[in-house]
Design a binder for this molecule. Structure first.
Ligand SMILES: *Cc1c(COP(=O)(O)O)cnc(C)c1O
Length: 456
């Protein structure tokens, strides 16, 4: 179809007629004009009318090198000339082998095996089942260990298992009766400290709460799952230094499997390849997705230590096999582009070059902090959460009905920036490849949009 006003109109009608959008109140969606993306290049998205926007959230935290990255385009094209799909159930394929080898090479030391799937939720689901089954059957396991510890405000995905270890009531409360109960520890959310303390003058009550829950329940706990360093979907809640290390120590002490959900934080977004590196720890199981294929193909992986893997080895009739696998597991197209994605990190020194941009971003966020309705800005690397409040003094949130976050991102859209809020927290997570100019423009537009919506 040609780019005509008629075509564009028809696409908008058909979008509203046929698509049920994720995490979207469709009643609202049906009353607004849809924005339909047609092309992307670098950090710029282009809609059906040819309007351009900065992709301020890397197309939902995935396109770490931007769009139309030549090396990734080529990898995909080259692989289509060989084969697009072949199963990993009982067979193997070249890109799956090479991608797994590379993943282990860059992952925290001690993770040795890659179990593929195709989205973050399944990567977590697999981690939970692996941990559970390990304790049921491994020589060094303990069949009484059947439960999971997770954090309040945690987000681990939308399937039933990953929702069971989730801790965001807005997303998860509806399904409560369907879920297995998990043990929740308080979230280190310093701006709204659950213990009523303030940052810098507390006694790390959140550490104590975590420690107490572990000490009280360790005999029945199979695994502790955590988003290392940053709780992303909760609104970029940054953990105090040492928190992650403490989790690792407690897990080791009590034979609890530590699961790191690096789906959001992985692939450079915190400034290092994986967030666990900031505290020099290795989890027993690690889930990765989002940035793994540079936003090109649905791919995810659950990485396991040798010890976990060995717990599944035995004679066939012992039934210690890990009975799990998705149809598209190890898809060659996805793995080929993922391998190229990881090579770009090395060849273009992405993480070295990122450090200066992180600093620039910090500086550019400074003026936003002083706006009348900005409660707090949280930043870790290229992950930013700007929490808007009705009253800065009392930290009182806006009434839900105001949809203040939504209003801000719609205003930003008018100025050529696409971002997506989490409630009243404005999220920025630009591609790591963003230019200094684009980064500056992104922050300027966010400043103006917050100001216009909250002050005028
Ligand atoms: C996005 C996310 C998931 C779920 O990934 P999907 O690919 O959307 O299923 C899981 N964990 C974390 C930390 C995430 O940010």
């Amino acid at each position: 179809m040609e780019t005509t006003p008629e075509r564009n109109k028809q696409l908008e009608i058909d979008d509203q007629k046929y698509i049920w959008h994720p995490f979207t109140q469709m009643q609202d969606y049906e009353s607004e004009k849809p924005l339909i993306i047609e092309e992307g290049n670098g950090c710029i998205l282009k809609d059906t009318y040819g309007n351009e926007y900065i992709d301020g959230v890397s197309s939902l935290w995935t396109n770490v090198h931007g769009h139309r990255k030549e090396k990734l385009d080529d990898a995909l094209r080259k692989q289509t000339n060989k084969i697009a799909h072949s199963t990993l159930l009982g067979l193997s394929n070249i890109p799956a082998v090479e991608c797994a080898k590379k993943l282990i090479e860059i992952a925290p030391e001690g993770l040795t095996k890659v179990f593929y799937s195709d989205n973050g939720s399944t990567a977590v689901e697999i981690a939970l089942k692996m941990a559970f089954q390990y304790h049921q059957q491994a020589d060094s396991g303990d069949p009484n260990k059947t439960r999971f510890i997770s954090l309040i405000n945690a987000y681990h995905g939308d399937t039933i298992g990953s929702v069971s270890v989730g801790g965001i009531d807005l997303f998860h409360a509806t399904y409560k009766s369907l879920l297995f109960p998990s043990i929740h520890v308080e979230s280190p959310y310093c701006y709204r400290c659950p213990f009523g303390r303030s940052q810098g003058s507390c006694d790390f009550e959140c550490f104590k709460d975590m420690e107490e829950k572990v000490e009280a329940h360790h005999h029945e706990v199979a695994a502790f799952i955590i988003e290392p360093l940053v709780q992303g979907a909760a609104g970029i809640l940054v953990q105090p230094p040492g928190y992650l290390k403490k989790v690792r120590e407690l897990c080791t002490k009590h034979d609890i499997i530590m699961i790191a959900d690096e789906v959001a934080v992985g692939f450079g977004k915190t400034g290092k390849m994986f967030a666990c590196e900031h505290e020099q720890i290795t989890p027993d199981i690690m889930a990765v997705a989002k940035g793994i294929s540079g936003g090109y193909m649905p791919l995810a992986a659950t990485l396991a230590s040798e010890e976990i893997y060995r717990g599944f080895l035995d004679e066939y009739e012992e039934f210690k096999t890990f009975f799990h696998g998705h149809t598209y597991t190890g898809n060659p197209l996805a793995c080929a582009v993922s391998l190229a994605n990881m090579e770009v990190f090395e060849e273009e020194h992405i993480l070295e070059n990122l450090q200066g941009k992180i600093e620039l971003l910090t500086n550019r966020l400074q003026p936003i902090t002083s706006l009348a309705h900005v409660g707090e800005i949280r930043q870790r690397g290229f992950m930013v959460g700007i929490e808007l409040v009705a009253d800065k003094e009392s930290k009182e949130p806006y009434p839900l009905k105001e949809r203040i976050g939504h209003k801000v991102i719609m205003e930003a859209r008018n100025h050529g920036v696409i971002i997506r809020p989490l409630g009243d927290v404005i999220i920025l997570m630009p591609p790591l490849s963003i230019s200094i100019d684009e980064l500056t423009r992104l922050c300027d537009v966010v400043y103006k949009s917050i100001r216009v919506v909250t002050e005028e």
